[in-house]
Design a protein around this ligand. Structure first.
Ligand SMILES: [Zn+2]
Ligand SMILES: [Zn+2]
Length: 171
């Protein structure tokens, strides 16, 4: 009987090391894409006597036990990645900050792309929470109205409805 394969051996058969290169600055090498099962949040899961998160398993195999109370954060922001070089142990607070810093970067934007200020009077929220510019919305509405006006100005004579006569001629 063949000796049972260790969890570490089984683990490596489920990893695609030629994953995409992360677009995050400072991340070295390609992501190691987990090809096994994933949970609802997109993290790889792996059976090692009990179900564990694949990236946490990868971290412990390569770097040793995860310090008590720390999260394993993906520097590459790819949840299914198990490349130990893309993982770091951080406090839960640091992990939350890292995943929301792109939201913070957006909050630092004070003007719309057309240069109108995102102040209280000129800002409304889209259903997804992002800020929208009232001045731009007004301009868009005005443009649509102008277009509707132009459409209405088309002379009626230019429209040639298909009549029985023209259909007979075409036949
Ligand atoms: Zn990665
Ligand atoms: Zn604007």
């Amino acid at each position: 009987m063949a000796p049972p394969r260790s969890p570490a051996d089984r683990f490596t058969t489920k990893v695609d090391t030629s994953g995409p290169i992360s677009l995050v600055r400072g991340v070295l090498g390609p992501c190691h894409q987990w090809t096994g099962s994933t949970n609802a949040s997109g993290y790889g899961t792996f059976w090692a006597g009990r179900t564990v998160k694949a990236h946490r398993f990868a971290y412990e195999q390569a770097l040793g036990p995860i310090p008590d109370g720390l999260d394993v954060d993906h520097i590459c922001r790819t949840r299914a990645c198990v490349n130990p070089a893309h993982l770091r142990a951080v406090t839960h607070r640091e992990n939350i900050l890292a995943s929301t810093n792109h939201v913070a970067a957006r909050a630092a934007v004070t003007h719309c792309p057309a240069g109108h200020a995102y102040d209280e009077a000129n800002t409304y929220r889209a259903p997804n929470g992002t800020r929208k510019c009232r001045a731009c919305k007004r301009d868009r509405t005005r443009a649509v109205r102008a277009q509707e006006r132009d459409t209405q100005l088309v002379p009626v004579e230019l429209i040639h409805p298909r009549t029985i006569t023209t259909e007979r001629q075409a036949a």
